[in-house]
Every structure is written in structure tokens, then in C-alpha cells.
Ligand binder design. Structure first.
Ligand SMILES: Cc1ncc(COP(=O)(O)O)c(C=O)c1O
Length: 396
């Protein structure tokens, strides 16, 4: 057992250092109990007058309201779906009916393909796609570079709130302000950032945002935020009787109600355990101050030790500021897969590859093998870092 939070997370009771959190976080017992609690008391659809359906209707409304509180918006701006990627493709269908040939979109080089491929597909109908290049090998994005790409034809800027490969935290609010000045929308991918930094779509100035509860100690779900006044303008694929200004237009079919119950359980953990039971958004803010305080020493020690390691070549920002605890590196002479396999044999779980951040891997000249990725969350411990470094030292 390596996590000080193992009492809350059953999967963290195993003698294993889980350092692949960017691929999905572990879930607390409250999430698991809420899922089985929902299913054990009846599973059905919403809007009928019998008890379990009434409870399901309320559950869905509570999940939407809690997600809105988490994102910093209103419930009627939140769409719940199966994954961020599925939702971004749905949104791209709507954009394809709005954007005209000659319009432009700007995509940052740090994007996960979920916030790039759907917009790049618009090229087929004459929409220009411009790449906001990062500065490598650190992977920083400069606002001056974005400013030079924006034109009166720019409709959309797609930007991550944190890179899921190298951990960079860009200036999202600064980018959204520049986009707004030319009349463009900003779509913020908050998927990787959200277990580290509490999203705040209003403070960011985001028009759209993506978030995935399974990265935030929750079940496999995705969420889309659409600014209220934009919702009715988006021509989505929807059942004919669903009103144009309804979140249901991006929620075709039946929701996974048991997972919505689980997500509420995860947010309960965040507020009760990390936020000392303080209600509302204030509890989430308190919880995330704690998360930052717990992650900071792990971030600093991992960074320092990876930088000092004689065999490790680290990519990304080489100081603790401006990044989250997501580290991308290679060991020259060894494939990333071989390094990850060696670490797995020593009880450390990390990723190898490009993790769908293909533009980052390409810019760093790392395709096709990619790199090793180590990603930590608040529930990791100094013992996990120790184990990682011990195992790296034993790499043949
Ligand atoms: C930064 C980022 N954006 C988007 C996604 C895609 O999320 P989902 O799996 O919910 O489609 C991921 C998944 O790893 C991610 O890290």
C-alpha cells in the first residue's frame, strides 16, 4: 500500500504504484458504492411517476448541477455524454453546418487529438486550419504566436488547459481574450487539467469546454460545456421534438444513470474529504487548494530527480511553475515500451506512446514510438516516486 488516501480508494490498497493517472484516475469507494447503490435499488429511465424513475430523474438533474458547479457554469450549459471525444465530434458536426469556406480555426500544438481531429475534419469543406506552434523542447505556448495567427475569419481557437503529454499549463484566459477580440470562440479542453486545477469556464472566458469525469476520480463519462447563448445557435444532430435551446440536443439516447450516480459519489469525496465538507463551489475551491498542496512536493521531487537522472532525457518545462505533475521522457537506447515494461515488472504503472498527443510527439521527433509518461495525482506518495526512481536505476 503506497497511498495515504488508500482508505478512500480500494484500488490504491494494492502494492502497486499507479503513475498513469493521465489515462484515468482511480475512484473512491463513494463512487463505487453510489454505482452499486443505484443499480441495487432499481435501474430505469427518467420522467415516469414511479419511485425509481423519479429518483433517476432527480439523479440526472443533480449530476448536471454538480458538474456545472465543478466547471463554474450553470446546469443548462452542461451536456453529459460517454466521452469528451464523442462530444467534440458531435460539436464538430454542428460547426460544419455553421462555418463557411474561408473561415479559419486555430489549434494549439499541445492538443490531444480529441481537440484537434474534429476541427481538422472541417478542412474538407474549405475551413482553414492554422497550427499554434509551441516552443520545444519545453512545450510552451506564447500568446504572441497566437496573435499572429488570428484574423477576422477565425471562428474557433482550440486550446488545452494542460497538456496530457508534457504537462504545460497555457495561459487560457489570455488566449480566449485574444480570440474574443477577433470575434472567435474558444474551446478549452479541460480533460487533463481538471484533476489538478479546478476548471472555471467563466474566468477562462471559454465558449466551449470539454471535461471527462474519469480523470477526476470518477467513472467513464464525458462532459461538454456550451455557453448558454450559443446553445440554440448550434445545429446539432437531434431528435426532431427536442427544443433547440435544450442540452438534450447533445445527449442523444439514454444516459448511463449508474455512472452519473458514481460521479456524484466522486464529487462527494472531493468536497467531504479534501474540502473538509464545505458545501458548494467554495468546498471545491478548498479541495483544489489541498490538491495543489499535496501535488506540489510530488511534482517538485519527481521533476528534480528526473532532471538529475543520468540516463533520462526529459521533455517539457524544466521548472515546477507553469506545469502539472505530468512528465514525458525517454531513456536513449531503450524504447519507451521497454522502459514501461521494465517499470511494470517493478510494480510501477506508466504509459508509453503518444497518448493521442500526436502533434507533441511529432514536434519532439518522437514518432512512432513516443515517450514514457509518468503522471501523478494528489493520492500518490513520496514512496511512489521512490519506487519509480529505484526501478529506473535498475534499468538494464
Ligand atoms: C487532454 C485530453 N483531452 C481529451 C481526452 C479524451 O477524453 P475522452 O477519453 O473522454 O474522450 C483525453 C484523454 O486522455 C485527454 O487527456
Amino acid at each position: 500500500m503506497t497511498s495515504p488516501f488508500a482508505e478512500h480508494f480500494p484500488a490504491l490498497r494494492l502494492d502497486f504504484s499507479y503513475l498513469d493517472n493521465a489515462a484515468g484516475a482511480q475512484v473512491p469507494a463513494r463512487c463505487i458504492d453510489a454505482i452499486s447503490g443505484y443499480l441495487s435499488t432499481g435501474s430505469c429511465n427518467v420522467n415516469q411517476p414511479y419511485g425509481v424513475s423519479v429518483r433517476t430523474t432527480e439523479l440526472k438533474a443533480r449530476a448536471r448541477a454538480a458538474t456545472a458547479e465543478f466547471l463554474g457554469c450553470q446546469p443548462d450549459e452542461v451536456m453529459l455524454g460517454t466521452s469528451a471525444t464523442a462530444l467534440s465530434f458531435q460539436l464538430a458536426r454542428a460547426f460544419s453546418r455553421l462555418f463557411q469556406p474561408g473561415d479559419e480555426v486555430v489549434i494549439s500544438e499541445l492538443e490531444h487529438e480529441s481537440n484537434a481531429s474534429p476541427w481538422r475534419d472541417l478542412e474538407a469543406q474549405g475551413v482553414g486550419v492554422r497550427l499554434w506552434r509551441a516552443h520545444w523542447p519545453e512545450g510552451r505556448l506564447e500568446l504572441a504566436d497566437l496573435r499572429a495567427l488570428l484574423t477576422p475569419r477565425t471562428r474557433l481557437v482550440a486550446l488545452t488547459a494542460a497538456s496530457n503529454a508534457v504537462g504545460t499549463v497555457p495561459d487560457v484566459a489570455g488566449a480566449a481574450a485574444l480570440a474574443r477580440a477577433v470575434g472567435a470562440w474558444t474551446l478549452v479542453d479541460a480533460v487533463h487539467a481538471s484533476p489538478h486545477l479546478l476548471p472555471d469556464v467563466r474566468a477562462w472566458g471559454a465558449d466551449f469546454a470539454l471535461m471527462s469525469p474519469y480523470k477526476v476520480f470518477g467513472p467513464h463519462l464525458g462532459c461538454l460545456y456550451v455557453r448558454r447563448d450559443l446553445l440554440a445557435r448550434l445545429p446539432a444532430d437531434k431528435l426532431w421534438f427536442v427544443p433547440d435551446d435544450s442540452v438534450q440536443k447533445f445527449e442523444p439516447g439514454t444516459a448511463p444513470h449508474e455512472l452519473l450516480a458514481g460521479w456524484l459519489g466522486s464529487l462527494d469525496y472531493v468536497r467531504e474529504v479534501l474540502g473538509d465538507g464545505v458545501p458548494g463551489r467554495a468546498g471545491l475551491e478548498r479541495a483544489f487548494r489541498r490538491i495543489v498542496a499535496l501535488e506540489q512536493p510530488l511534482l517538485e521531487s519527481t521533476l528534480e530527480r528526473l532532471l538529475a537522472h543520468p540516463r533520462v532525457r526529459l521533455y517539457g518545462i524544466a521548472e515546477p511553475q507553469g506545469r502539472v505533475a505530468t512528465f514525458c521522457f525517454n531513456v536513449p537506447g531503450r524504447t519507451p515500451r521497454a522502459v514501461a515494461e521494465h517499470l511494470a515488472r517493478h510494480g510501477v504503472g506508466v504509459a508509453a506512446g503518444h497518448y493521442y498527443s500526436t502533434m507533441t510527439a511529432q514536434a519532439l521527433g518522437l514518432m512512432p514510438e513516443g515517450a514514457v509518461r509518468v503522471s501523478l495525482l494528489h493520492y500518490n506518495s513520496a514512496r511512489d516516486v521512490e519506487r519509480l526512481m529505484d526501478a529506473l536505476n535498475r534499468l538494464p
